[in-house]
Design a protein around this ligand. Structure first.
Ligand code: SAH
Length: 274
């Protein structure tokens, strides 16, 4: 009997230890998992890209929606584990498991897709840039990230980060996820952030070039102590700025953190015109 048990355990990749280098903190909170799936507004017809499925807790709930799930995972141990766990769903074509690093995928050949992910914190920035800036953007992103970062994205006080996200979609803070909900437990709390209505409309409607927009945005935030108009003088002629400030009735003392996306559109748009 003992032998039998041992054999069956050997055949099955029953579990694996969390690897710090892969940022593995597994979610143990059914309510958070359900809330993330719900926030995805997934229907049977949806295509969902899950990043970093790990041991498949989210994948499992995603499969219940009967959508088509594509899951990309970097860890080969997790891949063997998931292959066993979701054997049936892989065979019936509902789940496609891809072994790879999400940051190395150049082309995402999916149409109208939704991203759901609980990924390591150290790839959040690169992941967001990649999927917000790509020509083939997802419709919606539901992602866990550090609480402080999520708060900064939705804070009334704007930052390069918050404006960059808002230029592509509507971010919403769904819920805080205390660190104790993860195993192993990370050092900081997390939050679930939703970015809805993702598109390039902001740029196409305003005819503002993406690259120039971000260059000007960065310049606007360059020196914290300086007011916006002084910061922007590095990029835009002073005369043009004074004309825009006058026309738009902007206070000379305004700082970048108090400038909304709509105002940025007018400032950058008008500076191109003149
Ligand atoms: N989503 C699971 C696992 C979270 S841990 C859960 O909620 O429990 C983060 C997962 O992302 C791990 O499985 C890790 O192996 C994977 N991962 C880390 N870097 C990755 C990358 N660059 N591309 C794809 N997956 C990655």
């Amino acid at each position: 009997m003992k032998n039998l048990k041992k054999n069956s355990a050997n055949n099955f990749q029953s579990d694996f230890k969390a690897k710090k280098s892969l940022g593995q903190n597994f979610l143990h909170a059914p309510q958070v998992i359900s809330a993330m799936v719900h926030a995805g507004e997934i229907s049977k017809e949806s295509t969902v890209l899950e990043i970093g499925p790990g041991k498949g807790v989210l994948t499992e709930k995603l499969l219940l929606t009967e959508a088509n799930i594509i899951a990309i995972e970097k860890d080969d141990r997790a891949i063997s584990f998931l292959k066993e766990k979701f054997d049936k769903e892989i065979k019936n074509g509902k789940l496609k498991l891809i072994h790879g690093d999400i940051l190395e995928f150049d082309e995402i050949e999916l149409e109208k897709y939704i991203i759901i992910a609980n990924i390591p914190y150290y790839i959040t920035g690169e992941f967001m840039r990649k999927f917000l800036e790509t020509e083939n953007q997802p419709e919606r992103i539901v992602v866990t990230l550090q609480k402080e970062v999520a708060k900064r994205i939705v804070d009334k006080k704007e930052s390069i980060l918050s404006i960059s996200v808002k230029a592509y979609g509507n971010p919403r803070y769904l819920m805080t996820v205390p660190k104790k909900f993860f195993r192993p437990m990370p050092n900081v709390d997390s939050a679930v952030l939703i970015i809805d209505n993702i598109s390039k409309k902001f740029f196409t409607d305003s005819k503002i070039d993406e690259k120039s927009f971000f260059e000007i945005l960065k310049a606007g935030f360059a020196h914290k102590r300086k007011v916006l108009i002084r910061n922007l003088e590095e990029k835009i002629p002073k005369k043009t700025l004074e004309m825009i400030w006058g026309r738009e009735g902007i206070s000379k003392n305004i700082r970048a953190e108090n400038v909304t996306l709509e105002m940025w559109k007018r400032i950058v748009g008008e500076s191109f015109l003149s």
